[in-house]
Every structure is written in C-alpha cells, then in structure tokens.
Design a protein around this ligand. Structure first.
Ligand code: NAI
Ligand code: MG
Length: 493
C-alpha cells in the first residue's frame, strides 16, 4: 500500500458544516436536513451534505434569475468574462491536490486517475475562456431596403444535473460553456458525490464570478433534481446520467418547454480485427472497459473480436487485466478502485450472476472482491462466449464487466455493433486504413476511436446517437446549445 496522506484542507472541508452555495453564500438546506456521504473504498460515512429540496431549488433559481437579469455577468465586457473564466481554470489547477483527494474520497476513484480529471476540468475552463470574445451574430442578405442582423444571446438560467462517475468534470462541461455564453447556473450534483461541485462554486467566487451566477444545490434526484428539471423559471437543463432518468427530465421540461440536452447511457462496441496490433488492442480495450471501474458512459463493454484471433485476444485481455491492481482510491498504486455505492455493487454483481445464468463463460473475475475489506470492490470481469442478445450485451451494467462477442468479418462487426438501443461511442482496432474508416462510417454512434479509446478534448464535441441522448457538449457545439439567436429587422426607408 502507498496510501497518500490526507491534506489538511481536505480534512477541514470534510469536517466543516455541510454547505451548498446559493447567491454567493454558503448555506444549509432550508429544512436543515442532510444526507450521508460515503467513502466507497471503506463503505463508511465521511461527511454529510445538505439535503436540498424544492424550496432550495426555488431560492437558487431566484438568485440565478436576479443575477442574469441585472446583467452583473452577462453585461460584463467579454474580455473581462474571459479573464475570470481563465482564472477559474488556474484556480482549479492550483488546487488539483485538494480536489483530487476530495474526488477520490467521494467516488472511490484512484488518485492517479482523479488528478488527470482535475487537470481536464481546468483545461475546459481555459478552453472556454477564449470564447466570450468570439461569440457574435451575422448580417443577412435581405432586400435592399432592409438591414437584418442577428444577435447571439444567452439563454438565461441554466440547470445542470450531474452524475457521480466524473463529478467535477461533468459539472465543468456544463458550467464553463454556460458561463462563456453569459448564462447563470444552478447545479445539482449527484447525491453519491456532492463535494467537488461545492468547491467549484467556491472557486468561481474566488476567481471573481459575481454572486448568484453559479449556484449549487446538493440533494437527492427525485427531490432537488426533479424540482430543477420541472422549474418554470429555468431556461435549459443539461443532464448526464441514466437513460431512465433522461426520459423523466424530458417529460419534466414540457411545462415551460425549456431546452434540454441529454447525455445518457451506452453499450459501446470495441471492435478488434485480426490485423490489429494485438498487444495495443488488448491493453487499449482493457482500459476502455475498466477505466473508472467501468463506470463510464462510453465504456467499450461489448468487445467484438474477429474469429481468427479470438482465443489469442482473450488471453491477452486477461493478461492485461491481471496487471491492473484493484485497491482503495487513496493508494497511489491502485489502477482500479471500488464501484461508487452499495447500490452499484448490488447492481454489478447482479449482472455478473445474470451473465453466468445466460451461459456466458467467466474467463477472469466474476465475483465481489472481499479481500479489501468492506469497500465496494468488484473483480474486473471478462465474459467470453457472449451472444449479442444476452442481457449482459444489451443492458448498461456500469461496472467492471466486459462481454466478448465473436464476429466473422467487417460486415458482421458493423451489424452487431449497431444492434443496440444506444449509440454513444465505439472503438476500432485495425492496421487497415480503409477498413478503419469504413467501420467509422458504418457505426451509429457519436464518437469513434480508431486504435485508441477513451479520448476527450475540450475542442471535440461529445454526445450520443439513438437512446444515448441528444445535444453535444464541448467544442463550438456547446456555444450553440447555450445561446439563442434573435433576428433584428431594420427598415432603411
Ligand atoms: P441517475 O440517472 O439516477 O443519476 C444521475 C443524476 O440524476 C443524479 O444527479 C441524480 O440525483 C439525478 N436524478 C435522479 N433522479 C432524478 C429525477 N427524477 N429528476 C431529476 N434528476 C434526477 O443514475 P443512478 O441512479 O445514480 O445510476 C443508475 C444507472 O444510471 C447506472 O448504473 C448507469 O447505468 C447509469 N448512469 C449513467 C451515467 C452516464 O454517464 N451516462 C452516469 C450515472 C449513471
Ligand atoms: Mg437513479
């Protein structure tokens, strides 16, 4: 074990009174209630967070509305907003050690991985800090006696409902573009991982974001989350999470027809062709499915392998899996941490039993790991002999479980890859250039990785086909989804 020492500022944050951020102030829930926050590596309660209700969402939306309407953010010179956004990125960077530990304690993810995510969060702010000065409308080629131009304006109050798998990164993917476009924000982090969102709001204030522009209400999905999704004074909700809740968000939006963007589940194909570099493909496929204990919406959980290399590939995959160390998040040598909660532990082990019952063969793993104490550890598990119509090949497990499916050629690979209700991501491993691009074109998914997996960049748009959702995050696409255009007609007569 190479357990890191918990930093004093992390201990202080955890031991302080639970708080959220509304109108620039650190506040408790109106009801005074809290909920427990667990460390998944030990299964123990580490702190409490305010159990925000509809009343708290009302307060936060009112603060965000006032901040939007009086122009304290939108009305700032674009260059000034740019400067503040850059500063948030720098503050996140400066606080990476603290944020890393908080994220690791809250979610169970290894510190080595969490540190990279905190870096990504700071990078996203730096990327969007360039945008305020580059968002503008157009002039239109209309009749000679008219002058028509468009204004590109913010939407207003934007809600963000965040999952627990990448708590800070998912929050930043929403907050940074929303702010770059001049909106104000109400965030509802996941109840499993509320801590870094609160720190983010505090860092925004420290960077000079005016009070009320970024608000965070911690609380439960059916309470605070549902109140935000159905709120009549919220102009947009961006949601990342389960497809099941995504449907509820869409229904809840009908009241005031707020804009919605949904980034939902996946069952992404990872295709290995016989001409692939096998070592690279095995390692990449392993990371693609087991990163973050498989709790990744883009996880390459269906590993499609061409028949002629099937057995060799499975052996390499098992070997690559064995090299990854399972352990607590705060251990620097850990490659894979626990799953996030008792609920996820039950769900994942339940699916492993389903796979065994469906007749798939466990080639490695297949059990809860009990030698690491009471934490929610699951052995990285590879099933072979999987048929694409089995439940373990069709349903999102969201844990360290891979399903290897044999395919005979390119055509069958594309057919099986697309035989899912989801369409978030995919990966293709081959050294044949034309084959790679043919498959990329044939796959119905928002992202295709060729000879790599799990890559993200602030400039590259991200989102789903089919039931993996709609709308795109990151890149210039986010600027479109956080703004609206107004056409202004001027008579020249
Ligand atoms: P979830 O979809 O319930 O939670 C995501 C967020 O939605 C959380 O902030 C939660 O508080 C909120 N929420 C829940 N119910 C809500 C409601 N009625 N109205 C508004 N907000 C609500 O996900 P959960 O239950 O934590 O995980 C279940 C499964 O969902 C996972 O096993 C996984 O398959 C999938 N999931 C997918 C994610 C992704 O990135 N695509 C992220 C998290 C979960
Ligand atoms: Mg749920």
């Amino acid at each position: 074990m190479a357990q890191v020492d918990v930093l004093p500022e992390v201990t202080k944050f955890i031991e302080s009174d639970p708080r959220m951020v509304i109108g620039g102030a650190a506040v408790a829930a109106a009801s005074g209630q809290t909920f427990d926050v667990y460390d998944p590596s030990t299964g123990k309660v580490i702190t409490h967070a305010p159990r925000g209700s509809a009343e708290d969402i009302d307060r936060a939306v009112a603060a965000a509305r006032e901040a939007f309407e009086d122009g304290r953010w939108t009305g700032l010179r674009p260059g000034k907003r740019s400067e503040i956004l850059f500063k948030i990125g720098e503050l996140i960077k400066r606080n990476i050690p603290e944020l890393t530990q908080l994220e690791s304690l809250d979610s169970g993810k290894p510190v080595s991985i969490a540190a990279g995510e905190m870096w990504m969060a700071s990078e996203v702010f730096r990327y969007y800090s360039g945008w305020p000065t580059k968002i503008f409308g157009e002039t239109n080629p209309t009749a000679d006696d008219m002058f028509v131009y468009s204004l590109r304006e913010p939407l207003g109050v934007c809600g963000g409902i965040i999952p627990w798998n990448f708590p800070l990164v998912m929050a930043v993917w929403k907050v940074a573009p929303a702010l770059a476009c001049g909106n104000t924000v109400v965030l509802k982090p996941a109840e499993q991982t509320p801590l870094t969102a609160v720190r983010l709001a505090e860092l925004c204030l420290e960077a000079g974001v005016p009070e009320g522009v970024v608000n965070v209400v911690t609380g439960l999905g059916p309470e605070a989350g549902a109140a935000l999704a159905s709120h009549m004074d919220v102009d947009k909700v961006a949601f990342t999470g389960s497809t099941e809740v995504g449907r509820k968000i869409l229904e809840a939006s009908a009241g005031n027809l707020k804009r919605v963007s949904l980034e939902l589940g996946g069952k992404s194909p990872n295709i290995v062709f016989a001409d692939a570099n096998m070592k690279r493909a095995a390692k990449g496929s392993m990371m693609g499915v087991f990163l973050n204990s498989g709790q990744v919406c883009t996880a390459g959980t269906r590993i499609l392998v061409e028949s002629s290399v099937h057995d060799d590939f499975v052996a390499s995959l098992v070997e690559a899996t064995a090299a990854m160390k399972l352990g607590p998040g705060l251990d620097e040598t850990t490659g894979m941490g626990p799953v996030v909660s008792q609920e996820q532990l039950d769900r994942v082990t339940g699916y492993i039993d389903i796979g065994k019952g469906e007749g798939a063969e466990v080639v490695t793993g297949g059990e809860r790991a009990t030698d690491l104490g009471d934490g929610y550890f699951v052995q990285p598990t590879v099933f072979a002999g999987v048929k694409n119509d089995m439940r373990i090949a069709q349903e999102e497990i969201f844990g360290p479980v891979a399903a290897v499916i044999e395919v005979k050629d390119v055509e069958e690979a594309i057919e099986v890859a697309n035989d899912t209700v989801y369409g978030l991501a995919s990966a293709v491993w081959t050294t044949d250039l034309s084959k790679a691009h043919r498959v990329a074109k044939g796959i119905k998914a928002g992202t295709v990785w060729i000879n790599t997996a799990g890559q993200y960049d602030p400039s590259v748009s991200f989102g789903g086909y089919k039931q993996s959702g709609f709308g795109r995050e990151l890149g210039a696409h986010s600027i479109e989804t956080y703004t609206q255009t107004k056409s202004v007609w001027v008579s020249l007569k």
